[in-house]
Design a protein around this ligand. Sequence first.
Ligand code: G1P
Ligand code: ZN
Length: 600
Amino acid sequence: MVKITVIKTKPYTDQKPGTSGLRKRVTVFQQNQHYAENFIQSIISTIDPAQRQEGTLVVGGDGRFFMKDAIQLIVQIAAANGIGRLVIGQNGIMSTPAVSCVIRKIKAIGGIILTASHNPGGPSGDFGIKFNISSGGPAPEGITDKIFQISKSLQEYHICPELKVDLSATGKQIFEVDTFKPFTVEIVDSVESYAEMLRDIFDFAALKELLSGPNHINVRLDAMHGVMGPYVRKIVCEELGSPANSAVNCVPSEDFGGHHPDPNLTYAADLVSAMKGGEYDFGAAFDGDGDRNMVLGKHGFFVNPSDSVAVIGANITSIPYFQKTGVKGLARSMPTSGALDNVAKALKMPLFETPTGWKFFGNLMDAGKLSLCGEESFGTGSDHIREKDGLWAVLAWLSILATRKQSVEDIMKDHWQKFGRNFFTRYDYEEVDSDAANKMIDHLQTTMSDKAFLGQKFSSGDKTYQVEKADNFEYTDPVDGSVSKGQGLRIIFSDGSRIIFRLSGTGSAGATIRLYIDSYEKDPQKIYQDPQVMLAPLVDIALRISQLQEMTGRIFISGLNCMYGPKSFGSDTNFVFCKVCCFSICRLFFHMFLWYTKKQ
Ligand code: G1P
Ligand code: ZN
């Protein structure tokens, strides 16, 4: 009989879940007494006691440092709180989309995912704990608020300290726990349920033909030492016949090989250079927990994530799943470019614009209003589960390639010809002093709310833009009427171009300011131009209006990550300078020069 112990604890005030769960440095979880225990107890306390004994929770993570310790704590705290059954991925490994899939499949009451997504791992990296509900999706704000409230006043937690489970072997382990019915821990294959779901969504025979038939294409998939390794090997290599060496970095590691498991042009640079060689027709990378993806064509042709979801939308009949379910609606997060809107308009389909974060898509899907959605942050997915899904997006693209028999680049260019192109970029100012970041946002909001701001014209180079609308994005959920305020400052110009500023909700230290720029172009002469050049005037205007550089002291742009800007300068340094950065540096030197001459 396993005993339950009640441990006295002190509440923490900083356990507010962000855009995607509670994310902190590993050291915060490790060094603060009961830190992880408190948060796990707070999550479980939100589950109705009446549901616990008959209920199952799914548990899995991306393999990062501290994951196994956290899983043992979840087992011990779940047992002591009367949860009837846990289903855990073998060795704790289960991708975020797979957890969502398993929750739905076995009708679990929810799940706990151990991941900090694309953030670095290892002892000095990040860790995260996220709660998903019975729909398979991230807990909505009502529940994350409740978790936060409980965490702020938690005085004790319940735990079975002697209970230890073996995570390595699949099968059931049953424990007799004081006062409760027997507690079952079931260790399951990390891939199988998820693979079974994909077989139902896609035409595996056509994909097999594409990847291993006589006229097969060559692909390179980079799991970035994250959770996706076993999924890619099993599904793409073993099942669809792609050669074993087409999948790289496939062994999950606690520190992701010392890298950022972040599928973008900066951190998946190895994939980009492998693709540049021209040997591969299609390339993709995944993040640590497998919900994000980056798609590349031959010679490293980059598909912007906002375009990726639009292309999938425009070619949705290539995916058998949607032939069965029909397409109910499309959605994107507010900062994501309007490329999907153009498709929605052409297909006469409803388009929803939601705040940042996948949780906002869930209600729309549950209500049968949404089939396909995406975010600019390399997230793409559909209503097959309630998380974004990296491998799903890759198989969606491969299905389109199989149907259209064209290259990635030709598909993208045809798309722009037909729908016009939304030039889009995003800049991240990481680890900015929180006070400075808040001041900058407050200052910008004050500037924007001045009556004279509407109609004001801003010029840079030969471009002039006139402000048509300026607000802090507010979302009313069309299903439950809940209102989410303060979701990002938007300046919308009369030609539809947009400048957006928002503070990240997933950072683990200081504040991260994100600047997004979206500008539509339908002139066929201009659609193939370099996005960084096309958007440079709007970036300049954004920096001027916000005074971001002056107010945050980020004049030397360290920590600025041009998410979509290919390196065009300083490629042998640690910094990534795109053309817009170069422009900012020149501007800075120019101002220093003016200052110096004035001083003389
Ligand atoms: C970031 C992305 C957002 C995504 C989230 C979780 O959140 O911007 O689109 O849903 O990670 O993967 P942020 O840090 O901007 O709050
Ligand atoms: Zn992720």
